[in-house]
Design a binder for this molecule. Structure first.
Ligand code: ARG
Length: 465
């Protein structure tokens, strides 16, 4: 590491070896190489179009950059720490391949607008990938919902039995969360898809560049209006990590439910062998490692969001090396969200079975139909609050007598209130309790079937576009 470094002749001696390692980002920004090459190709073409370099020179540069792409894909391009970062590594290799013309590539460009371009190109592609994964996740939630409209599951508030639900309704709640996640990413995409290329180090450039042209070549929708903002803006990355964090919130909540459901206490689902793990000491155990890991990995993504916010908050304009610290969090955020979405989709698709008998017993053996008794009386003109108090008393005496509401005789009901008639039994049967909640967006089967049709149409319209 005593060789001379990459910068100008102003520097007389090389970096201290430990500082060279400390300073280098090649260990992680190699992840950007394909985008760096693509960005450089567009830059070279723009330089030729504006007459800053000749067509022949641009052709040479483009051919050289594509050769590096092939070398990289074949595992033959492995720059070391001495290259400092992916941008220097590419430029150095390019000059080896095409000779001195390679040294013209960096005309009218700085690593500051270059790295900003790379990271936007990377994130743009990954946002699309994550959106596609969200669609697959939604599709499997929808399939499970379609098969479980009339499967009932206890609904909870405060983790106390509240009112029974259609299992499909429960699953479709996650479909809606994923839909918001998808839309949020579509929105972040708009602000990611803006080109900083040509902003230079911070102030623009003396060369007659055409920023619109390179932006067009790269498929950017717009260009940054202010060069200082262009090189130092990371809002889009913060927004991405925020959207990623919310995806993780949703996956983590679903994970938490699945962990509970797989416990002996709930026993609502069984984990299949393909998605569960054993214990090294307790032979009877089958552990829900997948949802536990998803729940655990959520913290990393939140951490990356927090880290980037803190990195940005004290930065004077424009570029500061602190910005090199944006990358690992962004990369890990992307990888973590993708891995979690994939694992959860597999888990839902083939890793669990719903224990229908147990679910059926659960909703038949509790007081989650108590609201419906109150609604029954309210339907007969008794003020709801009065009915509510009366049913509270009924629950209390039933509990004391070790009975459920369905076990009360008609005489007992009528002693409680003369308005009760024999149709009370129908009114409190779990299926009826669920189907009666036919208000828009409620768990009533008719509502759930409508929600399924809407979800199907949404996924269909997406696959046609
Ligand atoms: N490796 C650097 C980064 O990730 C590239 C930009 C370097 N710019 C500079 N002025 N030193 O941010």
């Amino acid at each position: 590491m005593t060789q001379k470094n990459t910068w100008s002749d102003r520097f007389e001696s090389a970096l201290h070896p430990a500082i060279a390692i400390f300073n280098a980002s090649i260990g992680f920004d190699i992840e950007l190489i394909e985008y760096d090459l693509t960005g450089s190709v567009a830059h070279a073409k723009m330089l030729a179009k504006t007459g800053i370099i000749s067509e022949t020179e641009a052709e040479k540069l483009v051919a050289g950059l594509e050769e590096i792409r092939q070398e990289y894909r074949q595992g033959k391009f492995n720059p070391g720490i001495d290259a400092e970062d992916v941008h220097f590594a590419v430029e150095r290799r390019l000059t080896e391949i095409v000779g001195d013309t390679g040294k013209k590539l960096h005309t009218a460009r700085s690593r500051n607008d270059q790295v900003g371009t790379d990271i936007r190109l990377y994130l743009r592609a990954e946002i699309k990938n994550i959106q596609n994964q969200l669609r697959q996740f939604q599709a499997i939630l929808l399939k499970l919902a379609e098969n479980n409209v009339e499967t009932l599951i206890p609904g909870y508030t405060h983790l106390q039995r509240a009112q029974p639900l259609s299992l499909a309704h429960h699953l479709l709640a996650y479909f809606q969360m994923a839909q918001r996640d998808w839309l949020r990413l579509a929105d972040v995409y708009k602000r990611t898809n803006i080109s900083p290329l040509g902003c230079g180090a911070l102030a623009g450039t003396t060369f007659p560049i055409d920023r619109e042209y390179s932006a067009d070549l790269l498929g950017f929708e717009d260009i940054y209006q202010n060069s200082l903002d262009g090189v130092s803006d990371r809002d889009f990355a913060i927004e991405f990590l925020c959207a990623a964090s919310l995806i993780m919130v949703h996956l983590s909540r679903l994970s938490e439910e699945m962990i509970l459901w797989a416990s002996e206490e709930f026993n609502f689902i069984k984990l299949k062998d393909s998605c569960a793990t054993g214990s090294s000491i307790m032979p009877q155990k089958k552990n829900p490692d997948v949802p536990e890991l998803v729940r655990g990995k959520t913290g990393r993504v939140f951490g990356h969001l927090q880290a980037l916010l803190v990195i940005m908050k004290g930065l004077p304009l424009a570029y500061n090396k602190d910005l090199q610290e944006d990358k690992e969090g962004i990369f890990d955020g992307v990888k973590t969200v993708k891995a979690c979405l994939e694992a959860m989709t597999i888990l839902l698709e083939e890793g669990i079975t719903f224990n229908r008998d147990r679910l059926n017993n659960a909703v038949n053996e509790d007081f989650s139909n108590a609201t419906d008794v109150a609604d029954y009386l309210a339907g007969k003109g008794i003020p709801f609050r009065e009915a509510y108090n009366l049913v509270g008393k009924v629950v209390k005496t039933s509990l004391a007598g070790g009975k459920l509401l369905k076990d009360l005789t008609l005489e007992e009901w009528q002693q409680l209130h003369p308005a009760f008639e024999s149709d009370i039994y129908d009114a409190i049967a779990p299926k009826r309790v669920v189907s009666a909640r036919n208000s828009y967006g409620g768990t009533g089967f008719e509502q759930v079937r409508n929600a399924i049709i809407k979800a199907q149409n949404l996924l269909k319209s997406h696959s046609n576009t």
